[in-house]
Design a protein around this ligand. Structure first.
Ligand code: E4P
Length: 222
């Protein structure tokens, strides 16, 4: 199971990279635009924080030629463990096929339907990123869609991994993992919500009070 951070915020990347064993960071043009910073300097900062972990960066061109050129520049500047995110439409599939033949690492993105995932896998995408919440917004059963992608990849022996994305709450993350996603990428705050709650705080406070009642302020390491 892989956990990635879906943010380009440097402070958050520093903080959550310290806490969790993240596989990497994912971005898209919208996520990057929120930081109001220059494109490559920001990505280079992210690269310096995460070392050689995965960095997923999306192309912005609409033709195969443009996407391949962008991939070349992105990989030159950000290093080998950079995944080129390519939206999966027909031009995107052509680009994924071309990029894979040239040895790039590729993530097929903007996946709203299992058929997109299947076709991206058929041309060798390393990851596909189904948009869990956006599918829900279209009245699609996202968990079922992920189960179908999982089934297709297993049945047809595809090595492509499912990197579920676009989450708005922690239940969606759990549903994606239970449906078979190999990896999830989410806003860091959602990982916090998975392990922070008043009941956990209260349990910890109870243990603290019971310890103090007998041992006072003595510490185990003393
Ligand atoms: C990640 O790969 C996606 O680009 C991202 O999760 C989309 O999230 P959104 O639906 O919140 O824009």
């Amino acid at each position: 199971m892989e956990i990635l951070l879906d943010t380009a915020n440097l402070e958050k990347i520093r903080k959550y990279n310290d806490i969790y064993d993240i596989t990497g960071v994912t971005s898209n043009p919208t996520i990057l635009s929120r930081e109001k910073a220059e494109f490559f300097p920001l990505l280079l900062e992210i690269r310096s924080i995460i070392g050689d972990k995965q960095l997923h960066v999306q192309v912005t061109g609409s033709t195969c030629e443009e996407m391949v050129k962008e991939a070349e520049t992105i990989t030159d500047k950000l290093g080998k463990n950079t995944y080129i995110k390519v939206p999966v439409n027909e031009e995107g599939i052509k680009s994924i096929k071309m990029l894979k033949s040239q040895g790039y690492k590729v993530t097929g993105t903007a996946i709203y339907m299992p058929q997109q995932a299947m076709l991206a896998a058929s041309v060798g995408a390393d990851y596909v990123a189904p948009y869990f919440n956006r599918m829900n917004n279209m009245n699609v059963d996202s968990k079922k869609a992920l189960e179908e992608i999982t089934w297709l990849f297993e049945h047809y022996h595809k090595d492509t991994k499912i990197l579920a994305a676009s989450f708005k709450n922690t239940h969606q993350i759990m549903d994606a993992l239970l449906a078979g996603a190999h990896a999830v990428t989410a806003s860091p705050e959602l990982y916090t919500q998975m392990v922070e709650s008043p009941v956990i705080d209260s349990a910890i406070a109870g243990f603290g009070a019971d310890w103090e009642a007998v041992y006072g302020d003595k510490r185990i390491y003393e």
